[in-house]
Write a protein that binds this ligand. Structure first.
Ligand SMILES: [Zn+2]
Length: 87
């Protein structure tokens, strides 16, 4: 998969916004942009599923609305800022 061009730009953008997406704090236009990208990017689709599973897992464990322990989403975001694949 090429790391150049609009797809790669969208990919990097989507990876950085995955945690906001699953937390529901992306505005509609951005949410749709991420939806569109995830529809054609297996990496991001998997990322969304993994994040949702994590959020739901924590919610189920705690028996209350989804909140993650401090630092978890920050670690995901730091991870997302790294290139998706080693060169
Ligand atoms: Zn992607």
């Amino acid at each position: 998969m090429s790391l150049l061009g609009p797809f790669a730009r969208d990919h990097r953008w989507a990876q950085r916004h995955l945690s906001h997406y699953v937390e529901g704090d992306l505005p509609d236009t951005r949410r749709r942009r991420l939806d569109r990208h995830a529809a054609e990017c297996p990496d991001c689709a998997r990322g969304v599923r993994a994040m949702l599973a994590l959020v739901r897992g924590f919610a189920a464990l705690r028996g209350r609305p989804a909140t993650l322990p401090a630092g978890v989403l920050e670690r995901f975001r730091a991870e997302a800022d790294r290139p998706p694949h080693p060169p």
